[in-house]
Design a binder for this molecule. Sequence first.
Ligand code: GTP
Ligand code: MG
Length: 296
Amino acid sequence: MGESSSHRAGHIAIVGRPSVGKSTLLNALVGAKISITSKKPQTTRYRITGILSESNRQFAFVDTPGFQTRNRSPLNDRLNRTVRDSLNAVDAVVWVVDAQRLTEADRAVAALLPAGVPIIVAVNKIDQRKDKGGLLALLAEISALREFAAIVPISAERGTQLTELKDEIANVLPISPPLYPASDLTDRDERFLAAEFVREKIFRLLGEEVPYATTVAIDQFEERGSLRRIHATIYVDKTSQRAILLGVAGERMKAIATQARADMERVFGGPVYLDVWVKVKRGWANDETQLTRFGY
Ligand SMILES: Nc1nc2c(ncn2[C@@H]2O[C@H](COP(=O)(O)OP(=O)(O)OP(=O)(O)O)[C@@H](O)[C@H]2O)c(=O)[nH]1
Ligand SMILES: [Mg+2]
């Protein structure tokens, strides 16, 4: 058989409850920061594909929002719909769980996993689990749930056992030529990534409330030679949140913009001029028209 007839390629959905490390895993697998991460649950709101091309296989990993059933809202309904939609038409699924324990929220995700598609369980954050016995008991508990193609303990943050995970995934991918050019890292454009980098800093730098009342839009994205001029607007729900976002003398806003710009320059590979504004748009997260406008 020729080389092309042994090449494997396919789409792999990465799903799981919030905060288990799906986006960290996507970035570690692809080897670039394309999906935003934070300690707060439901950081990811949009589906994003990360592409990893190797000599005889290509993985198109689809990162998804954390699936959750506790807090119903128009925005959360859309996030859950994104998760469900992402499970259609993929060649394999990586179900990410935390090595610490299996929760009700994990079981809700397990119930969504499609039949007839190979499921690989990534048991993440093993760096935080020191007792071997407890981990073995968890692995046994998982394997009793249903048939899985593989169960792989990993640490996305440390890069532990990612080769093993990739090999297990490749085993179930169809024989196929590459689906994307080998130089592609993601299906999303720089404009999308720019908005996401701003949103990540809000999740990382602010307290519990404001990130969930926030969305980001790019109003202007201009390339002049190697310089990118980007104009972003952060939308919040209330005037009080605008004040929190700005911080004393605009200090917090400055930190958000500086850190977001650093990410953009690293990923885009050139200088960025970033201008960030904050506007109040009351009730945007409960308004179906606004949600559609913001791409949810
Ligand atoms: N110790 C440890 N922490 C990890 C590991 N992987 C991810 N994390 C941390 O877990 C937190 C959540 O990571 P994310 O990648 O944002 O999780 P997620 O599943 O994408 O979360 P949502 O998008 O909100 O659903 C972050 O603080 C990560 O740094 C790991 O292997 N070990
Ligand atoms: Mg995520």
